[in-house]
Structures are given as structure tokens and as C-alpha cells.
Design a protein around this ligand. Structure first.
Ligand code: NBG
Length: 805
């Protein structure tokens, strides 16, 4: 039905009439979207079934990627691209007077994630399938994904997200594969007839995990992998004292992504989600392994289980439980198999983000799992004791359970054969500082896998004009071998190419300007520099530094009529965690500054500030292609990697950034002349943190730009904001500016001046943009996934098997 335009139109029209019972003229865009989605899913089915058959029947090792987040965004466009049916569909629809782009916009984003970690998982799914690797995603089917953000009077307001409201065309419910997940209850131990100590979990409250499978289509290949999302539903319990409470509590498990865990009730729910994901996924994994009739001791040769951050770390004690209680292996054997099977990625060194669970909550909820964690801890501490006799402090620091808390990152390192960081610098910090104790014990386990992004969504799909320009210049091999983008460098001196590149950027800016006008009713200058910071709102990401710089520019323009730098449009997009008071104040500040500068006639030809609400994957796809300056300004050492930085680079933006996360590797690839680096190094930051010596008030006293801007936060400069920004002011002065905003301010301002000056030379700018695009191939997640596949999982492509089946 997608072979040619005419066949497609015929099939589309007949399905449309059959499934919605209306004539073509009566159908809504929603109807049309659903019908097209269903057609595509049907079209995928044959290869999906075939891929699954091959995975079931062959001996190829399978990898399971367990993640509490998958931030997929819209699925239709990516499927259309990967299936190679774009032109047929677009032209066929055009004949019917329908725009494919508009039709696609009827799909709600699948926002089952918060930010980088979840989006990384989504890029990885795309790369696994595109590289024909047997990779399965395992996650949770949250009824409500990440909240929808509205900005009302400059303030973030959260609304529940409703991606399932109109039905989901990509998922297939598989009730027959549902799994029971037990919580609470008690563990009974007894000796069986062979004298083996045996454990039974009694009086548990089971809930049902029902899988919904989503096909993951590879690019121009027959491979269709599966993302399995588990839905929580009441089990067929014979008796329960309060059935309504049971139903409510059960459904809560897959109701919301990341419930607020400030309260105990939220913590229990979160831990429930984690075990729910792990128990159901491991049950399915082991089932499919058992069908292969192999000795359980061979598990690591056939299965690799990857845990994305510590949220699924219970996979370790859960696999132990299966091997001990169901397979009746000895502890030593079970442990060996578990460690060989499971691997772990660390995504942060921020201590507040490292998960710890109070024993008083963990033990009653997961009694058997807790016993196993305890045993793992005891054995590990004993080994440490042998290694470091009498070093109490060291052992206490490294223990998995200490001070009535279960430390999930410690469990993850001890219970897996591989711990990787997500950028070179991050891995070094893990090894040398944050996890140095563990590195000394298990040096061979630590390795780096620098993050990546799928160039299919983030370049080919979201920036078709640039993608075409590249293909016209170097052919289309780069689409399957992104490092070939390097060949673009030969066009650095090609005036016609540079002109084309500038034109593409300009057209993308025009589109984004339209979006800005539609959402914010702000008219932006198309010749201004589009300077963008889009990412989660967090103190360490330092959106505040960006704002203080804008305030400084504004103040200086007001004071000095001759000071008029190249016009700039500062664009922000950011969601703050609903309970993160400080981050919400920063959003308010950005909007307050925007209000002021956008409405000041003396400066607003030169300076505009735009806060785009509800930043999400689909909006990001409109923003990156239009960006010229990429703001990657975290306090050095704090951003594990970043992936937005790579998306900007691939779309030809130039980075202004600190030597942090993957910025360092961007710097290494483009060279110092094609990136604007400023601020302290991670070493300097860590030295301050270790030895003290930073006094933010000195910067306030001595730098009048800082002095003025900080005073404006609290002195009524912004009307009707009485007391509103005290918390920001205090964080910078009273709390000594934990993220060194003031320390890096001067360096940032100077570097921003360099950016403005550089932009005046458009030829140079475009050349630098070419260098950025040309060197972005390394950051394709295909490279990242190949490294995981070769070095950690030891899995191989299964393509030939699928084609020959
Ligand atoms: C985030 C880091 C980012 C990194 C992504 C993906 C968490 C816990 N960490 O720097 O902050 O790019 O993970 O690895 O979300």
C-alpha cells in the first residue's frame, strides 16, 4: 500500500471510510492521523513478526534495556522516515489536500521521561533497530507523561499530560503475557526435602503488569524491535479488605511519571514502580530464555540486561531471587551469573540525584528482595574487610546498606560487570573522585560511553533542508555512516555552499519566528542572532548566568547609547520539577526580564527574550534547526554529558560553553577556533569545593555589573515583584553561590562579546558552522550503541538472520 502514491491514496481513502464511518470530507485531522498511523503499523507488522520469530528461534544474544524513562516524542514521522515511505505519503496526502506535516502534529508527544536520560533511551532504541541489533526496551506505560507546562503571568503552572486520551495507534496490548508482581507480605523460610534453606513469599498483595508493545522500526532495514511498556492493573485477587483502595493504589503505579518523592507515600510509590518494571521485565526475559532450552548457567551468553541509571537496579537482587529460589542455584553460582548478565550506566554525580531508600520503607514492601540485598551487602563488606582490614570508615562509605539506607548506586556497581559514565570527563570524575573507592576495587568495570543522538530524528527528520543540502554535496552515505559528514569540510571555502547553508538556516529561523509569534506574540528580528538555551531548569545548568548577562546587556545599553551589540534573540525553553521552588523562580525571572526588555523601545531592536512554554521533543525539533548559538553553560564537572549540545552542533549552531560533559569532546573535534569556551575548569571547581576559598560577595562588591543586576532583583526595578526574587539573590550572596555563577560571569560576558563580534563576519560564521556539522558524526547514537554492543553487551547484528528467515 506504500509502493506508490496511487495505491497509497486508494488504501488510505478506503481505510478512512471503513474505520471512522464518515465520508472523506467529514473526517477530522484526528481521524486521518489515526488511519494513517494504523496503516503504518499494519505495514510494519510483517517485519515485526519476522524479527520476533528470529529472536525467538536463533541463538543470537539479546539485550534488554531497562529504563524508567523513554522520552520518545512523536513516533509517526520517525517511522515514515525509517520505512522510506515519506515521499509516497506526503505526495499522496497532498493530492487529497492534506499536509503530512500538519497531520503529524495531531500526534501527542510520548513524553514518558523528564529530559536527557529518557531522551537518550529513545535515541538508543532508534539506533539499536537501525543497526539490526537484537535490543528490547523495557519501561512503564505511564498514563500521564511529563506534565504540560503553561506559563501564566510568567509563572510555571503544571497540567496533567494526556497522551492516551485519544487512543494510541502504535501500541499493542498483550494481555496474555501479563505478569503478577507481589508487594508486601512476609517471607517464610524452611528446609526442603534436600535440606536446602528455601524461601516463600506469603500474603503478598499482587498487582498485574500488562505489556503494551510498541514497534521500533530501524532505518532502511527489516529489523523491527520492541519497546515493551508495562501497565499496572488490579490482579485477580480472591479477597481484599478494601477493594477500592487496592484498585486505586494499583493503578497509581503506572499513573504518573516520577511522582513527587518528598513524602514517604511518594517514595513507596516510586520504589513500587521500580520493582514493578524489574519484576515484570525479568519474568519476560527469563521466559524467553527458558524457551531456548539452555542451561541457566549459560544465561550471560544469551542475555544482557542493561540498567539505565539506578532506577532499575533491583534487577540485580531480582535476578538473584530467580536463580536462587526458582532455579535453585548456589549463591556463588547465582552471583556470578548475575554480575555477568547485568551492566549499568551512571548519569550523574550530583549527590542529591543518587538514589537512596530508607530500610524502613524498602524492607516491608519487598521483603524477599531486601533479604537478598542484605546478603549481598554482608558478603561485599566482608570482602572489603579482607582487602582493607580495620578501615572502618572506608567500608562504611562503600557499604550498600548503611545508616538504614539502601544505596542504589553502590548496589549497581557491585552487582554488575560494567559501570559506564556518559562522557569522557564524567567517567574520569567517577573514577578519580565520586566512585574512586569502587574504582580501586573494580578498576576493570569502569568504562566510558560518550552519549549520542540519533541523527535520523535530529537532522534528517527535523531539518530536511539541511539534510538535503548535505546530500547534494557529499551524497547520501552519511545517513548510514554519520562520520562521513566529515567530507563536508571540503566545502568550507565553497562560497555557493556557504550561501546555501545560510539560506537554510534563515528559512529555519523564519519558521521558528512564526512559532514564537504564534505562542508568545513576540516579533523577533530575523537578522538577530538566535541564541538558545533549552533543557531542564536546574541551578547547575545556570540559566541564571544567561539571564544575568541579558540584564547586564540591557543595563549597559540604557546607560551607553553607543553600546549596541549585534541584535540577539535569547530563546529559552525549560520545565522545572513541580516541587523545585528555586527553579520556578528562575522561570519567573526569565519571563520578568523578557517583559521588561521586549517592551523597551530604546533597546528592543537589539535585544529580545523569549520563553517558549512546554519545551518537549516536538518543539525541540523546531528549535534546533534554527539555532545559531548553543548555550551549554553548566558549572564545570556538574553536567554528566548533555545531549542537546550535540543536537545544536549537528544543526550548525556554534557552542558557547564551559569545559563540562560532552562539551569537552565537541571542543576536541571542532578545535578551539570553532567553539566559545569560558569559565572555570572542572578541576578549579572541584578545588574550590574541596578547599574553600570562594567568596561570592567579593564579586558583588567589586564588579559593578554584577552589583547592579543583583540589586535589581530585589530593589523594585521589576514592578510588582516584591520579595519574589529574594531566594535567587540569597542563593548568590548569602549561600555563597554554590554553582559559581558570579565567578564565571566576567568570563562569560567577554566570551559573549567574542560571539557577537564573530557573527559580524558571516562568512567566518558559516564556515565555523560547517566545521561543527562536519564533526558531529561522532555524536550519532549509532556510534554510542556500537560501543555498548561491542564492549559491554557483546551482541551482534541479526540482520542476515532476519532477511533469510
Ligand atoms: C542526565 C545528565 C545529562 C546526560 C543525561 C543522559 C540524569 C540523571 N542525568 O548530562 O544530567 O546527558 O543524563 O546521559 O538525568
Amino acid at each position: 500500500m506504500f509502493d506508490n502514491k496511487e495505491l497509497f491514496k486508494k488504501a488510505f481513502l478506503s481505510k478512512l471510510e471503513m474505520s471512522v464511518g464518515k465520508s472523506f470530507e467529514e473526517t477530522s485531522p484526528q481521524d486521518q492521523y489515526h488511519v494513517l498511523g494504523n496503516m503504518i503499523r499494519e505495514y510494519i507488522s510483517t517485519n515485526w513478526i519476522k524479527t520476533n520469530q528470529v529472536y525467538r528461534s536463533t541463538e543470537t544474544k539479546q539485550v534488554y534495556y531497562l529504563s524508567i524513562e523513554f522520552l520518545l516524542g512523536r513516533i509517526m514521522g520517525s517511522n515514515i522516515l525509517n520505512l522510506g515511505i515519506h515521499d509516497v505519503v506526503e505526495e499522496g496526502l497532498a493530492d487529497l489536500g492534506i499536509s503530512l506535516e500538519e497531520l503529524e502534529s495531531n500526534e501527542p508527544d510520548s513524553a514518558l521521561g523528564n529530559g536527557g536520560l529518557g531522551r537518550l533511551a529513545a535515541c538508543f532504541m532508534d539506533s539499536l533497530a537501525s543497526l539490526d541489533l537484537p535490543g528490547h526496551g523495557c519501561g512503564i506505560r505511564y498514563k500521564h507523561g511529563l506534565f504540560e507546562q503553561k506559563v501564566i503571568n510568567g509563572v510555571q503552572v503544571e497540567y496533567p499530560e494526556l497522551w492516551l486520551q485519544n487512543g494510541q495507534v502504535w501500541e499493542v496490548r498483550k494481555s496474555d503475557l501479563a505478569v503478577e508482581v507481589p508487594f508486601w507480605g512476609r517471607v517464610e523460610s524452611y528446609y526442603d526435602e534436600n535440606g536446602r534453606l528455601t524461601f516463600k513469599h506469603r500474603d503478598a498483595e499482587p498487582i498485574l503488569a500488562v505489556p503494551y508493545d510498541i514497534p521500533v522500526v530501524g532505518y532502511q532495514t527489516e529489523t523491527v524491535n520492541t519497546l515493551r511498556l508495562w501497565n499496572a492493573e488490579p490482579a485477580n485477587v480472591p479477597y481484599h479488605d478494601d477493594i477500592m483502595r487496592y484498585k486505586r493504589e494499583t493503578e497509581m503505579v503506572s499513573e504518573f511519571l516520577y511522582p513527587d518523592d518528598a513524602e514517604d507515600s511518594g517514595k513507596i510509590l516510586r520504589l513500587k514502580q521500580q520493582y514493578f518494571l524489574v519484576r515484570a521485565s525479568l519474568h519476560a526475559i527469563l521466559n524467553s530464555f527458558r524457551n531456548k532450552q539452555k542451561d541457566i548457567r549459560e544465561l550471560p551468553n544469551y542475555v544482557s540486561i542493561h540498567i539505565n541509571d539506578t532506577h532499575p537496579v533491583l534487577a540485580i537482587p531480582e535476578l538473584m531471587r530467580i536463580l536462587l529460589d526458582e532455579e535453585m542455584l548456589s549463591w556463588e553460582e547465582a552471583w556470578d551469573i548475575t554480575v555477568q548478565t547485568v551492566s549499568y550506566t551512571n548519569h550523574t554525580t550530583l549527590s542529591e540525584a543518587l538514589e537512596k531508600w530508607p530500610v524502613r520503607l524498602f524492607q516491608p514492601l519487598l521483603p524477599r528482595i531486601y533479604m537478598i540485598v542484605q546478603e549481598i551487602n554482608e558478603r561485599f563488606c566482608k570482602e572489603l574487610w579482607d582487602m582493607y582490614p580495620d578501615q572502618w570508615q572506608r567500608i562504611e562509605d562503600m557499604a550498600i546498606i548503611a545508616h538504614d539506607q539502601v544505596k542504589m548506586a553502590h548496589l549497581a556497581i557491585v552487582g554488575t560487570h560494567s559501570t559506564n559514565g556518559v562522557a569522557h570527563l564524567h567517567t574520569e570524575i567517577l573514577k578519580k573522585r565520586e566512585m574512586n573507592n569502587f574504582y580501586q576495587v573494580f578498576p576493570e568495570r569502569f568504562n566510558n560511553k560518550t552519549n549520542g543522538i540519533t541523527h535520523r530524528r535530529w537532522l534528517m527528520k527535523s531539518n530536511p533542508a539541511l539534510s538535503d543540502l548535505i546530500t547534494d554535496s557529499i551524497g547520501d552515505k552519511w545517513k548510514v555512516e554519520p562520520p562521513r559528514l566529515k567530507e563536508l569540510e571540503q566545502f568550507k571555502q565553497d562560497a555557493a555552499f556557504l550561501e546555501q547553508l545560510e539560506k537554510v538556516k534563515h528559512e529555519n529561523k523564519v519558521k521558528l519566528a512564526e512559532r514564537i509569534f504564534e505562542q508568545n506574540q513576540i516579533k523577533v528580528n530575523l537578522d538577530s542572532i538566535f541564541d538558545v538555551q533549552v533543557k531542564r531548569l536546574h541551578a547547575y545548568k545556570r540559566q541564571l548566568l544567561n539571564v544575568l548577562h541579558i540584564m547586564y546587556l540591557y543595563n549597559r545599553m540604557k546607560e551607553e547609547p553607543n553600546f549596541r551589540p549585534h541584535p540577539r534573540t535569547f530563546i529559552f525553553g525549560a520545565k522545572a520539577s513541580p516541587g523545585y521552588y528555586y527553579a520556578k523562580k528562575i522561570i519567573k525571572l526569565i519571563n520578568t526580564v523578557a517583559e521588561r526588555v521586549n517592551n523597551d523601545k530604546t533597546t528592543n531592536d537589539y535585544l529580545k527574550v523569549v520563553f517558549l512554554e512546554n519545551y518537549r521533543v516536538s518543539l525541540a525539533e523546531e528549535i534546533f534547526p534554527a539555532a545559531e548559538v548553543s548555550e551549554q553553560i553548566s558549572t564545570a564537572s556538574k553536567e554528566a554529558s548533555g545531549t542537546g549540545n550535540m543536537k545544536f552542533m549537528m544543526n550548525g549552531a556554534l557552542t558557547i560553553g564551559t569545559m563540562d560533559g560532552a562539551n569537552v569532546e565537541i571542543y576536541e573535534r571542532v578545535g578551539k577556533d570553532n567553539i566559545f569556551i569560558f569559565g572555570m575548569t572542572s578541576e578549579e571547581v572541584m578545588n574550590y569545593q574541596a578547599n574553600g576559598g570562594y567568596h561570592s560577595s567579593e564579586y558583588y562588591m567589586l564588579d559593578r555589573r554584577i552589583h547592579e543586576a543583583l540589586n535589581q532583583l530585589v530593589n523594585g526595578f521589576f514592578p510588582n515583584t516584591n520579595g519574589m526574587f529574594d531566594v535567587i539573590y540569597d542563593s548568590l550572596l548569602i549561600e555563597n553561590d554554590q554553582y559559581f555563577v558570579l565567578r564565571d560571569f566576567d568570563s562569560y560576558v567577554k566570551t559573549q562579546e567574542m560571539v557577537s563580534n564573530a557573527y559580524k563576519d558571516k562568512k567566518w560564521w558559516n564556515q565555523s558552522s560547517v566545521v561543527n556539522i562536519a564533526n558531529s558524526g561522532f555524536f550519532s547514537s549509532d556510534r554510542t550503541i556500537s560501543e555498548y554492543a561491542n564492549d559491554i553487551w557483546h551482541v551482534k547484528p541479526a540482520k542476515s538472520l532476519i532477511i533469510n528467515s
